[in-house]
Design a protein around this ligand. Structure first.
Ligand code: GLN
Length: 217
C-alpha cells in the first residue's frame, strides 16, 4: 500500500479536522453529581470522562459542571488550578453544560453567592443562588424544554437557583410552571439548567448537549 507523503510531513494538528470518532464529554469531577452525569452522558450515546486536572480538561471536547455545592466546586477549582484553564477553554468556544451548582458556576452575575465566590461568566444571565429555598423545599416539576420534544421533562430541583434575568443573546429553554421562573437557558455553546437532569433516567437534556459537542468537534 503506498503511503501518502502528505501524511508524513508538517506539524500534526492538535485536533484532527472533521468529526472525531470518539468525541469526549468531560464531567468536572471535584464535587457533586459526577457519577450520575457520567452515566447520563453514556446513556445519551457519548463518551464520558471525569476531569480533575488541567491536562484532562485539554483532552475533552465539551464539559459538564455538575450539581452539588457551587461554593465547594469553586474552591476546589481554584485549588486544582482549574479556574484559569476553565475560563480559557470556555472563551475559546468549548461547549459547556452546567446543572444547578453548575448553572451558578456558568453565570455572568450571581446574587446570594458566598463571600469570595466567583463564577465563570459563560452565560449573560443573573442567577440567584438557593432561590427556590433550602433543602426542605426541594421539589419536582414537569417542564416543557425547548429542543427536547413535546413530552414534559420531570425536573428535580434541590436547593435550586433560578435565573433572574438574561441578556439579549440568551435563549430561554424552560420556565418552571408554578413560579414562572427561568430554569433552563442556552447561549451559543453554553447550556444551563437549574434542575438536575442527571438524577432522572430521562437523557434528553444530555442528548441536546451531546449534539452541541458533536457539532463543534
Ligand atoms: N445551592 C447549591 C449551590 O449553591 C446548588 C444546589 C444543587 O446543585 N443541588 O451550589
Amino acid at each position: 500500500m503506498p503511503t501518502s507523503d502528505a501524511a508524513l510531513i508538517g506539524p500534526s494538528p492538535a485536533r484532527p479536522a472533521g468529526p472525531r470518532a470518539h468525541t469526549a464529554i468531560g464531567v468536572l469531577a471535584l464535587q457533586g453529581d459526577v457519577a450520575e452525569h457520567l452515566q447520563a452522558v453514556a446513556g445519551a450515546g457519548a463518551r464520558a470522562v471525569p476531569v480533575r486536572r488541567p491536562g484532562e480538561l485539554d483532552a475533552v471536547d465539551g464539559l459538564i459542571i455538575p450539581g452539588g455545592e457551587s461554593t465547594t466546586i469553586w474552591k476546589l477549582a481554584a485549588v486544582f488550578d482549574l479556574a484559569g484553564p476553565l475560563r480559557g477553554r470556555i472563551a475559546a468556544g468549548m461547549p459547556v453544560f452546567g446543572s444547578c451548582a453548575g448553572m451558578i458556576m456558568l453565570a455572568a452575575r450571581l446574587v446570594g453567592g458566598a463571600s469570595g465566590q466567583e463564577t465563570l461568566g459563560a452565560i449573560d444571565m443573573t442567577v440567584r443562588r438557593n432561590a427556590f429555598g433550602r433543602q426542605a423545599e426541594s421539589f419536582e416539576s414537569d417542564l416543557l424544554v425547548r429542543g427536547a420534544g413535546d413530552a414534559p421533562f420531570r425536573a428535580v430541583f434541590i436547593r435550586a437557583p433560578w435565573v433572574e434575568d438574561v441578556g439579549p443573546g440568551v435563549e430561554v429553554l424552560a420556565t418552571e410552571p408554578r413560579t414562572g421562573r427561568i430554569v433552563a437557558v442556552r447561549q451559543g455553546r453554553a447550556l444551563a439548567t437549574a434542575f438536575h437532569p442527571e438524577l432522572t433516567r430521562d437523557t434528553r437534556v444530555h442528548a441536546i448537549f451531546a449534539d452541541m459537542v458533536r457539532e463543534e468537534s
